[in-house]
Design a binder for this molecule. Structure first.
Ligand code: C2E
Ligand code: MG
Ligand code: MG
Ligand code: MG
Length: 285
């Protein structure tokens, strides 16, 4: 680009650009060590059956307790992990940790067994042996595979459909369930939903912003939920922040929901106390 702008010009390399680059390189080196150094941890957000307001599963969400930067959210390091190929080792760690956690809760809780959702990248799933590793992790934890659900974003499914197909069918064969995450944002061909062994769609939270304030917003979410139902898929509404949103989703018959109005992601020490005290007190809209 500097060259096109004519002779005598040099590319100006701003000090800020340098800083951004060095920052990224630092973070990349740090991330390589993070898994080994036990700097990653998981928080767990409940998924609630809206008709009964019962917690049925949890979604494991990654956090990075960086030694100098504090706790980082996945938005800051998952893209970096994808670019650097670290995503598979992070994914392996997430699965092992999440299935072990839900197994611990089995011991501590009476009543129905909870499910566990993990977010995995297609670039991880398509690696040879990835599905066998998942099978082994589930077996090692003493868990029935059907209690695990793998979430793959719709965007990735669209971009890497061919790479994902075999892994998804192998997971399905194993008995693991598959959810399309951020549904509605990836312009997925609806055909994929019928071709792929998907059993759940998670309606992206961007669709919920005006579900309780505008007739069009309501109609929009209703049609997405209706589509899921028509295809015999479970539907989960993500990002329910207000009681009025919750009320609309319950009214339209969306089966499951997740969001700050129900519960924020919880650290593991808070899960059991929350389940035994706060959970039943969730306001019914
Ligand atoms: P996601 O899988 O769609 O997860 C939901 C995100 O929405 C989480 O953000 C959650 O904290 C947030 N959220 C939940 N309820 C509400 C709400 O009511 N309002 C608002 N404003 N936000 C809500 P988080 O934990 O920052 O994760 C962001 C994304 O990073 C996730 O989106 C997922 O795609 C990705 N991610 C998280 N953990 C992992 C992981 O272990 N592996 C991979 N590959 N991706 C992960
Ligand atoms: Mg997710
Ligand atoms: Mg989601
Ligand atoms: Mg989302």
């Amino acid at each position: 680009r500097a060259k096109q702008q004519g002779r005598g010009r040099v590319e100006v390399f701003h000090p800020e650009m340098h800083a951004v680059l060095m920052d990224r390189l630092d973070l990349e080196a740090d991330l390589r060590r993070a898994v080994d150094q036990h700097e990653l941890f998981l928080v767990y957000q409940p998924i609630v059956e809206l008709e009964t307001m019962r917690v049925v599963r949890f979604e494991a969400l990654a956090r990075w307790n960086h030694p100098t930067r504090g706790v980082l959210s996945p938005g800051t390091f998952i893209p970096l992990a994808e670019e650097t190929g670290l995503i598979a080792s992070i994914g392996r760690w997430v699965i092992g940790e999440a299935v072990a956690a839900v197994r611990r809760w089995d011991e501590l809780l009476p009543g129905p067994r909870l499910g566990m959702n993990v977010n995995l990248a297609v670039s991880h799933l398509r690696l040879p042996g990835a599905v066998d590793e998942i099978a082994e992790a589930v077996r090692a934890a003493g868990l029935t595979p059907s209690r695990l659900s793998v979430e793959v974003t719709e965007n990735e499914l669209v971009r890497e459909h061919d790479e994902a197909v075999d892994a998804l069918f192998a997971l399905r064969e194993l008995g693991v369930s598959i959810a399309v995450d951020d549904f509605g944002t990836g312009f997925s061909s609806l055909r994929y939903l019928r071709q792929l062994p998907v059993d759940t769609v998670k309606v992206d939270r961007s669709f919920l912003v005006d579900v309780d304030t505008s007739p069009e917003g309501l109609a929009f979410v209703r049609s997405i939920v209706g589509l899921g139902t028509a295809l015999s898929l479970h539907t989960v509404a993500e990002g329910i922040e207000r009681p009025t949103q919750l009320a609309e989703l319950r009214r339209m018959g969306c089966r499951y929901g997740q969001g700050f109005a129900l519960a924020k992601p919880l650290g593991e020490p808070d899960v059991i106390p929350w389940l035994s005290s706060a959970a039943p007190a969730v306001a019914v809209g």
